[in-house]
Design a protein around this ligand. Structure first.
Ligand code: SF4
Length: 305
């Protein structure tokens, strides 16, 4: 028989948080409750084609495997990427027999185009990168590995987990750059600095504290796989590598005088939010919620808005 779930007040005390959970709580506490405490999985949306989320997962898997191959030509990398992709797609076909062969073949072509464009740019960039190169792929913390620890004002520990798509390091300059792949837009620097998104700041803290304590962060960037843009995120102005081309007024660029203060304030802000969650502070939304939410069909709040 399955073990009964502990009461929320017990469950939350030992809970290891993720950035997504924090952001879900800020967006809608009920969604946090349903998704992370009750662990209700939204109804499977699989019908006849691969969902945008699964498309992103597929690309992550392929890139994780292919970028570990060093010094290969574009043709070589591309052929490895396409063969990993075929392998992943055939597993999906077995798992989801309702997928339309016609739509799947079109999605396959589109995924191949995305991969080809990514790999072409990756190799062009490699020429300009000097010693800053990809080193870690899908590095995780807090998943049977040490978690990132933050303390609140009372000295109580808050633990975090996460998985980072890619970490590039420069062993000469002793710096690191975090890359997070997206299939749509990421959060802008001004949204991160305003405290609306915690993913990249938590990743930077985790790598600095747990993986590369002797290295300094260049920062973290969202890499949009569809547009190949690398413009959103958080980068230390004085450590910016030449191949990253950003307008000087971009909100992604954080001046040195703000950098340390931002991380100190972020830790305090995160601790405040966790303390609200631990106290069971679950205010219902005052404003109409977002248009799409996977929990809308079971949501009592939405029906009362
Ligand atoms: S439908 Fe709206 S109120 Fe309900 S869980 Fe989703 S975001 Fe929250």
């Amino acid at each position: 028989m399955e073990n009964a779930k502990p009461p929320f007040s017990e469950w939350i005390q030992d809970h290891v948080f993720s950035a997504t959970e924090l952001e879900n709580y800020l967006a809608c506490p009920y969604r946090f409750w349903a998704q992370h405490y009750l662990a209700i999985k939204p109804q499977n949306q699989w019908t006849i084609e691969i969902s945008p989320m699964e498309r992103g997962i597929l690309l992550h898997r392929v890139l994780e495997k292919v970028l570990q191959v060093s010094s290969a030509s574009l043709e070589n990398l591309q052929s490895k990427a396409f063969s990993f992709l075929e392998h992943e797609l055939s597993s999906l076909k077995t798992q989801y027999p309702t997928l339309s062969p016609f739509l799947l073949s079109r999605q396959n072509e589109s995924l191949k185009r995305t991969l080809k464009n990514f790999l072409t740019l990756f190799l062009e960039e490699k020429e300009k990168r000097q010693s800053l190169l990809p080193k870690y792929f899908e590095w995780s913390f807090g998943h049977q590995t040490p978690a990132l620890e933050i303390k609140n004002l009372h000295g109580e520990k808050i633990l975090f987990k996460g998985r980072i798509d890619r970490i590039d390091i420069d062993p000469v300059q002793k710096t690191f750059l975090i890359i997070d792949y997206k299939t749509s837009g990421g959060t802008t620097g001004s949204q991160i600095l305003a405290g609306h998104s915690f993913q990249l700041p938590l990743y930077i803290l985790a790598v600095k504290k747990l993986l590369l304590p002797d290295y300094e962060p260049i920062g973290a960037l969202y890499y949009n796989l569809a547009s190949l843009e690398q413009k959103d995120g958080l980068l230390h102005t004085d450590r910016l590598p030449d191949f990253i081309d950003l307008h000087p007024s971009s909100s992604t660029l954080v001046p040195p005088a703000m950098w340390d203060r931002f991380f100190e304030e972020t830790e305090v802000k995160i601790a405040e939010i966790i303390s609200q969650i631990r106290q069971g502070d679950f205010p219902s939304e005052k404003e109409p919620c977002q248009d799409y939410c996977p929990y809308q069909e079971i949501c009592q709040l939405r029906s009362s808005l």
